[in-house]
Design a binder for this molecule. Sequence first.
Ligand SMILES: [Zn+2]
Length: 132
Amino acid sequence: MKLSKNSKFPCGSGKKYKMCCYRFHKGSLSKNALELMKSRYSAYAAGEIDYIVKTTHPKSPLFEENIIEWKKSIREFSKSNFKKLEILDFFERENEAFVEFRAYIDDFVLHEKSRFKKEKNWFYYDGEFLSS
Ligand SMILES: [Zn+2]
């Protein structure tokens, strides 16, 4: 399901996509890891594959050398139905941050504590799955 600019949604802000995460997908930098987390969630929903790659830390264990294959698998995943995002916790230090969330995707709930690292900008680093 693709987002139109007038879709309300996925990051949970209640704003229309064009007034919210769209600007990040078009190049604005998120000012903290929480914004980054939300904009990555809506990037999946919007099929903004390059944004996912661009905001993954190059040293992350999840960063794949074969970018073409990686993008293919992100694209497959982005066809899921991204229903809702619940932020449960957000903790930030100088160069590292954690966001705990529940993401409702198709018929499952992903409960994860994601780690973000800051270089010049914030990047997704890795995550720990938690039981719902
Ligand atoms: Zn948003």
